[in-house]
Design a protein around this ligand. Structure first.
Ligand code: MN3
Length: 245
């Protein structure tokens, strides 16, 4: 059944033909303070599709980045096409002021702008080798959670409690304080004016090809692909109130 599912998914997404493992245009570096503006675009990965192996398999990365994220971006751009006033708002501002988005497109913007925000963050904080944070992030974790092991255990427990699709995240406030949060669907903490430091995508599309129903295995393995340098850059941007998404 899994093979059939995998094959039909490959055909449906046009990935059956062999594809190179590396993205055609890998960005040199991440600027966590660069605002996302209309027309929105899927940010290129700063690492290869295979960089998160074995925690996240190459095919999942290809479909997730090139198809799922691209769909959020395409839907968002289409929704905003006839709303020039909204087009001038950077993404974090757009979703922080959802009440100002007309009824006709508000749900579409919530889901797809949230999806764009969440996935942009997600690609930024992956592509690393896991391990443990150091410097200011390590100090903040030890102050607010007691230890890195405690944060990881609490985060994983929160991730397993998310019913259906959603996200587990660590938020960071202006004072650098960290807190654990979970959000359903593609809701983003920016919708409440809160900044995500890092988070994990718990939609089945993020792990089903490799893990099927074993979300706990995915959640445990995911830490080995984290890029603590990128997370430290996000932390510094949050402290400077320049974190863009
Ligand atoms: Mn996703």
């Amino acid at each position: 059944m899994v093979d059939l599912f995998r094959r039909s998914l490959l055909i449906a997404t046009g990935l059956l033909a062999a594809r190179p493992l590396l993205h055609a245009s890998i960005a040199a570096e991440i600027d966590p303070a660069a605002p996302l503006v209309y027309p929105y675009a899927v940010p290129p990965l700063t690492y290869g599709y295979n960089a998160n192996e074995p925690a996240i398999d190459t095919l999942t990365m290809q479909i997730h980045h090139d198809k799922h994220h691209a769909a959020y971006v395409s839907n968002l751009n289409a929704a905003l096409k006839d709303y020039p006033d909204l087009q001038t708002r950077p993404l974090a501002d757009l979703i922080a002021r959802l009440s100002e988005v007309p009824d006709a497109i508000r749900t579409t913007v919530r889901n797809n702008a949230g999806g764009h925000a969440n996935h942009t963050m997600f690609w930024q904080i992956l592509g690393g080798k896991g391990g443990q944070p150091d410097g200011e992030v390590k100090a903040a974790i030890e102050r607010d959670f007691g230890s890195f092991d405690r944060l990881r255990a609490d985060f994983n427990q929160s991730a397993l409690k998310v019913f259906g699709s959603g996200w587990a995240m660590i938020l960071v406030d202006r004072d650098g304080r960290l807190s654990l949060a979970a959000r359903p669907n593609q809701d983003s903490p920016w919708m409440e004016g809160k900044a995500p430091l890092f988070g994990n995508d718990l939609w089945e599309h993020a792990y089903y090809l490799k893990y099927q129903n074993r979300r706990a295995d995915y959640v445990a393995a995911w830490w080995s692909a984290l890029n603590w340098k990128a997370i430290a850059a996000r932390y510094a941007a949050a402290r400077a109130a320049t974190l863009a998404i």
